[in-house]
Design a protein around this ligand. Sequence first.
Ligand SMILES: Cc1cc2nc3c(=O)[nH]c(=O)nc-3n(C[C@H](O)[C@H](O)[C@H](O)COP(=O)(O)OP(=O)(O)OC[C@H]3O[C@@H](n4cnc5c(N)ncnc54)[C@H](O)[C@@H]3O)c2cc1C
Length: 497
Amino acid sequence: MMSGSELYDIAIIGSGPGGYHSAIRAAQFGAKVALIEEDKLGGTCLNWGCIPAKALYASAEFIQKLKENGEDHGILCDFKLDFSKAVDRKNRVVKELTDGIATLENAWKNDVYMGHGKILKGNANNGFEILIEGDDNKKIKAKRVIIATGSTPVLIPVFNIDHDRILTTDDVLHPNFKFLPENLLIIGAGVAGCEFANIFASFGSKVTILEYLPSPIASEEPMVVKEIQKKFDSLGIEILVSQNVLSIVNTGPSVKATTISADVPREQIETAEKSYFEADYCLVTIGRAKKSRNLGLEDLKIETQRGAIKVDPKTLETSVKGIFAIGDVTGGMMLAHVARHEGDVAVANVLASLDEFQVKEKATDYRVIPATIFTSPNIGAVGMRRKNAKDSGYDLITGRFPYISLGKAKCMGEEDGFILIIADKKTSKILGASCIGSEASELISEISLAMQHGLTVHDVASTIHSHPTISEMVLEGMEDVYGMAIHKKGRPLHFND
Ligand SMILES: Cc1cc2nc3c(=O)[nH]c(=O)nc-3n(C[C@H](O)[C@H](O)[C@H](O)COP(=O)(O)OP(=O)(O)OC[C@H]3O[C@@H](n4cnc5c(N)ncnc54)[C@H](O)[C@@H]3O)c2cc1C
């Protein structure tokens, strides 16, 4: 082993959901851990992503409910949004959670270093030397390294992102972004674009989205997309699809975007008919770049592919023994819960490779990955969509149940949306589900659990669900697969087949 200062079992570079979870998990097994962070503890998820976005979403949903249902509930009041207060609340939520991470790392006696981590040299036999660039350029040593450096908003030159009027998601979630745009242009109708459109339109901004593909959130079930489009229409959100954005310019008082139809071939762009859009601000949500620069990867010959660190898909070890990578920086599914799962796997494999720990190796398991979209109503999906399942050769049976027929949903005034279950006709195993409506993001967890454990439609349908709850959407959805939903005029098949 290298001589000199203290030797850590694991050094983790990056403290997002991949890194901070890994650090705690490793400490739970008794490892000595160094956690290195160059910006803020909690990474994108807690500071610039999931948490601040969902805190603002909660405020937006509050307003939407008051606007749409307040009178129906007998709540008669004039209300006014103070956007800066909603932002203050969001900032408070972020601070409490990020402070909580510092407390947890401290409680597990993990050493947290603030600075830019870079692997200088080393190998799995002798350990690795890591430079922490910061105020005092400290060097530490570790037997193993986990890289969890995440991603940042992609900056495309023609979009002229200036962080003034042409913004990234980091900019609109910045603690000081406290003015509400009157008109907001959003580039990209993916998950982030739709979530921000929903938030700002609920707050009162006039939102227009420009999307390159022929459909928003194109990977979701078409009937889910149709439902959210209906809702967006009622919020005054305009989604223009098949738009190729050529440029965005900050004109001083506003921004101007120039587009052509996405069908126009590259060589005809110059002469093709252009469309122009103007707004106060433009939010660009077209993807994320992996943060793999200046980590020492080239010197150590750690392989990358278009910025993503290449890993063994089962063990998450990089091309260099003893160095693992997890989360967004590996270019997989960019989701916080995927980063967390990968952290568990990498920690197990790190510790299994060290004689002093009695930890078993672990393999990644990506069979069931739920995903949620926080629009109002929100969307939850897991497993296959109908098209994937058909393309994979399954003979499908489906169940569909609407919120409007559920007692609890009626009580709550949450009647929009439905759940769709898809199952294999031969085995009755659940292949996937899509849900749009109240608590869809929560409902999908029950289906994930069922799928993870290979349960059938009957297994879930014969489980007693508490009444009245929104979780009965899952029960009735499963029953409807065999035309046996109680609160829907069905088409009974043979439920016990
Ligand atoms: C607006 C938005 C909303 C989102 N909403 C959701 C959601 O609802 N659900 C969901 O599952 N996912 C969501 N995501 C995605 C989620 O945030 C990411 O998938 C997740 O944060 C990835 O975790 P990570 O640990 O890989 O990296 P990150 O969270 O990006 O953390 C990486 C950390 O590493 C640090 N770092 C980088 N390089 C170095 C270095 N050399 N030295 C030291 N530190 C370094 C960075 O500063 C950062 O803190 C959202 C993302 C965005 C942008």
